[in-house]
Design a protein around this ligand. Structure first.
Ligand SMILES: NC(=O)c1ccc[n+]([C@@H]2O[C@H](COP(=O)([O-])OP(=O)(O)OC[C@H]3O[C@@H](n4cnc5c(N)ncnc54)[C@H](OP(=O)(O)O)[C@@H]3O)[C@@H](O)[C@H]2O)c1
Length: 314
């Protein structure tokens, strides 16, 4: 059994990973921000057989509990200020960037200076790396070798991935998961899609034709586990299901699932989204078709390749 150090272990993905790893008997050490609250629900319940331990770090001060690095066999680096939680003011953008870059740099510095037995590291990144689909008929899906887009999210993802890259030079097997929109019963994007449905409204954003590249939380957990445990994993992978869907398809499928026929489809014009969300509206209006072929070539089998089953499993 392994000891897995998880940064961002209190978040949506981190909690699901902690629960899965502890159920299998692995020990998880969750890195908590100093002054943060210990979330006892991480890994609790779900027939966990191994304990969750907590260590502290302070990214701004550049400090981290040495014992956590010394005891870990594997690291999963998820930490980062939530991209969708607040409007993107200049201050928030700095927080989104710094929380990813400075934390990655701190982990690398700690691994280089504290004696350890870490074998492999998996880091989060996002499909925000890619820009919008090219405006041509049947655009090719984005693949891992495509360049980072030159907008805020593209440059943030680039800096985020660069920050963790020194792990390779330290002899650690490094995988980076460029993650699509995570569909989970416990929050994230799906919770936002569900809100208007409580009032019988299926809100299609703008034309609804924009493509959403998504991944079910259970598949993402399995991917992180493969990335840390399977020696065949190394490098960058698009963590998206093989069948992306349009915003309209996702919204209407969810509406039918939750409300049968008792809903009204409602298009929210793009300019309203721009007013409400500011620059962040780019992300909900952008069409981004991302390929999962590299994972398929690696032999990864998605439990939720299609949106219908994924929504049923949320
Ligand atoms: N969910 C998605 O749809 C999605 C899609 C693409 C990529 N990702 C990426 O995957 C990772 C995990 O996603 P998630 O949905 O689990 O995110 P999440 O729920 O927002 O959790 C993020 C975690 O990062 C920590 N964090 C927040 N601000 C921080 C800061 N300033 N410094 C250090 N740590 C900080 C939080 O810890 P505290 O408890 O201390 O606040 C939390 O545990 C994130 O990096 C996210 O950007 C997620």
């Amino acid at each position: 059994m392994a000891t897995v150090l998880i940064s961002g272990g209190t978040g949506l993905v981190g909690k699901a990973l902690t629960a899965s790893l502890t159920r299998q008997g692995h020990v998880v050490i969750v890195l908590l921000r100093e002054g943060g609250t210990k979330d006892a629900s991480a890994g609790s319940g779900n027939n966990s057989v191994a304990p969750v331990r907590y260590a502290c770090w302070n990214v701004a001060a550049g400090t981290i509990d040495d014992w956590a690095i010394a005891e870990a066999d594997l690291i999963i680096h998820l930490a980062g200020a939530n991209v969708a939680a607040k409007r993107w003011s200049a201050r928030r953008k700095k927080e989104i960037l710094d929380s990813r870059v400075l934390s990655g740099e701190l982990l690398c510095k700690a691994v280089s200076s504290i004696p350890n037995k870490i074998v492999s590291v998996a880091g989060a990144s996002a499909i925000g790396w890619y820009g919008p689909d090219p405006q041509v008929p049947n655009p090719q899906p984005f693949i891992e070798t495509d360049h980072a887009h030159d907008d805020f999210l593209g440059s943030t993802c680039h800096a985020w991935e660069q920050a963790i890259l020194p792990m390779q030079g330290l002899g650690k097997r490094l995988s980076v998961l460029r993650t699509g929109i995570v569909l989970s019963p416990d929050g994230g994007a799906l919770a936002e899609f569900r809100k208007p449905l409580r009032f019988g409204m299926a809100t299609i954003l703008s034309t609804g034709r924009q493509v959403i590249s998504w991944v079910h939380i259970n598949d993402l957990v399995r991917l992180y586990e493969a990335a840390i445990f399977d020696p065949a994993f190394a490098g960058v992978y698009n963590a998206v299901a093989p069948h992306p869907v349009s915003n309209k398809t996702l919204t209407l499928q969810l509406a039918r699932r939750l409300r049968g026929k008792a809903f009204i489809p409602l298009h929210v014009p793009g300019f309203i989204l721009k007013l409400v969300l500011g620059e962040m509206s780019i992300e909900v209006l952008k069409s981004c078709t991302v390929s999962s072929s590299k994972l398929s070539r690696q032999g990864f089998q998605f439990a939720y390749p299609e949106i219908e089953a994924a929504l049923a499993g949320c």
